[in-house]
Design a protein around this ligand. Structure first.
Ligand code: SF4
Length: 286
């Protein structure tokens, strides 16, 4: 089931999420798990990475108290509460402007029935708030962090406000707190060829594996509204290239982490790629 309650910033409402997706994803143990992803309508991310276009789906100011729980209720009203839940807020979950701290209790209550909650966060936000929220949760917490790429200088060029060392320290801290790590990587930056994009994707996956990521999600770079006008210099990654990358990173991971390629933005006509992904996944070591 796919719900798209809003299609442009003008139509956004703080009473409803801007998108809800029902998917299955690999559980990292050789199986699949039902997953509900709720894209919350919340305040803009203050980090402002250059390649990011998520601000299109945000409210002009801080998220009002109480509305996040309201949005989750709207998303889950007709859905079974089982499997995994992702609450993505086009920013950082532990940014109090985006997810008010006073809402933590109500959000935690709404995770009952699921077995895992995945949220996104940047290392700059809220160690103490993370602990406070985790302690209320009835489910395993997983934090997704955008490492993006280990290609030299690119974290700086993306204005990511995070170095590789800071990412590594945060990954170790999460592990010490009993929180699982998911890593987002972009596939391709402006000015590289498809071959170079593949090479850097593999090196980035290896870095994420060394940081004990439980799940690594590769996201083909979208032109979107980001990239400071350089979007037309992104490499063109054909379905064949994406399939090759997927096979290579699955070999590199060797079962130590679930590794997926995000196909949310790939045209429906090209959904043959999903079949290719499934075929590759059947070759993934358990
Ligand atoms: S930290 Fe994440 S949400 Fe914020 S601008 Fe960067 S990529 Fe976008």
């Amino acid at each position: 089931m796919l719900t798209t309650p809003a299609t442009s910033r003008q139509k956004l409402s703080h009473h409803t999420p801007y998108l809800v997706l029902d998917e299955t994803e690999p559980n990292g143990e050789g199986g699949q798990v039902e997953t509900t992803t709720v894209f919350l309508t919340a305040s803009p991310c203050p980090i402002g990475c250059r390649m990011c276009d998520l601000h299109r789906h945000t409210l002009p100011g801080p998220t009002p108290e109480g509305v996040v729980a309201e949005q989750i209720d709207a998303a889950l009203a007709k859905r079974p509460r089982r499997g995994w839940l992702k609450l993505y807020n086009s920013g950082n979950f532990f940014d109090p402007q985006s997810i008010p701290v006073s809402d933590y209790e109500a959000i935690a209550l709404r995770c009952e029935g699921f077995s895992r909650l995945v949220v996104e966060n940047h290392p700059r936000f809220g160690a103490e708030r993370l602990r406070r929220f985790r302690d209320r949760l009835p489910v395993q917490l997983e934090v997704a962090v955008g490492l993006e790429t280990v290609q030299p200088r690119w974290l700086n060029r993306l204005a990511k406000q995070m170095t590789r060392d800071e990412f590594d320290r945060y990954a170790r801290w999460l592990a010490g707190e009993g929180v699982d790590l998911r890593v987002f990587l972009i596939l391709g930056v402006p000015g590289v060829t498809a071959r170079e994009a593949t090479r850097w994707a593999r090196l980035s996956v290896r870095h994420a594996l060394a940081a004990s990521a439980r799940h690594i999600s590769l996201i083909p770079a979208r032109i979107g509204e980001g990239w400071s006008g350089l979007g037309d210099q992104l490499p063109s990654l054909s379905m064949d290239v994406l399939g090759e990358i997927q096979r290579a990173v699955l070999r590199d991971a060797d079962g130590r982490a679930a590794v997926t390629i995000d196909v949310w933005d790939i045209d429906r006509a090209e959904r043959g790629f999903e079949d290719l992904c499934r075929r590759n996944l059947t070759q993934q070591p358990d």
